[in-house]
Write a protein that binds this ligand. Sequence first.
Ligand code: ZN
Length: 404
Amino acid sequence: MTAFEFSLDGECGSARAATFATPHGDVETPAFMAVGTLATVKSLDPIDLREIGAPMILGNAYHLHLRPGDELIRDFGGLHSFMGWEGPILTDSGGFQVFSLEGLRTVDESGVEFRSHIDGSKHVFTPESVMQIERNLGADVIMQFDHVIPGQSDESAARDASERSVRWLARCVAELERLRAGGPPPKTTIPQRPPRPGTTFPLPAPNHPQALFPIVQGGIHPTLRRDAARAIQSSGSFDGYGIGGLSVGEAKPDMYHILEVVDGELPRDRPRYLMGVGFPEDLVEGVLRGVDLFDCVAPTRMGRNGTAFTSDGRLNIKRAEFRADPRPLDDACECSACRRFSRAYLRHLYVSDEMLGLRLLSLHNVHFLVRLMRDARAAILAGTIGTWSHDWLARYHSRPTPLE
Ligand SMILES: [Zn+2]
């Protein structure tokens, strides 16, 4: 028995409700994971995230390796203890970030050499070095290092990248085994200090089990996706699977079709994580196609810009029509922003450039997606996901003109 049990609680068509057990607690799926790229979900305290009911959050290997450094985080007991979040964490491998550094990187079979977006310093990511970084960070789920290509790539470029990703997966597996066999990470170099009552700081370096998720690539080409899913499964047994390279500019029907193809290929008794896809309608469509985990920076990024998700579609709080609007952002929402504040007050905060405004909208947006997945789970368990999703999408798309 592994530390990462995935037990199905109910199915309805391709949609599944399940419980994903991790060393830092259970995640009831389908679930949305808030993104804390730099070991912080922007503007939200872990206490906020707990109150929202956020089941799991993300960190990013590329960003944390550059700043403050994965070895420093290891010496503070890993990401959980460094950022004060006790729940499950997933780290992305940084593949998406380093391959986005157009002009600043060179790629070959060994890995990627790139220059830091912060100070131009030179770095090399290989499957091996990324496993070392993700082990230092100590997340529960770690993603393989993969070759990421632009969304519009032709089939031969997509095939090369996808096949290379499968070869890199084998190197990730081997390196992780080597690191595990080497025993616990070195002792902390952070000077000890008398702990304050109630704190356990500093903590030993993380040494709990980690689940490595491979990533199914292949662009919008069904054959490549099938080949990738099969090659990955023939290369080993994994606790879950990432689906990468979607929501990068392709048409929505293409994305939905690829999800159906991948749904038919991946084992049903393991979680599937659709990477970087997190608009409300995409979450609902993903759930219908067998996806269990989602993440996206959209709720916090849009919150900072003044855009809120509501059951009736998106709304931009900066618009003049909300100047004297006494209603909450969303009548149906129980987040602490909607329970306490009017649209008029929130608009005032934005117009006045007050930081509380972007914090409250970020909080509402993350809550909205966490709750959306909780409602979808309830509908799957009740056997009503078909009508529930139809009604939810109809209402979400019902506003005649988006309020942005
Ligand atoms: Zn709310």
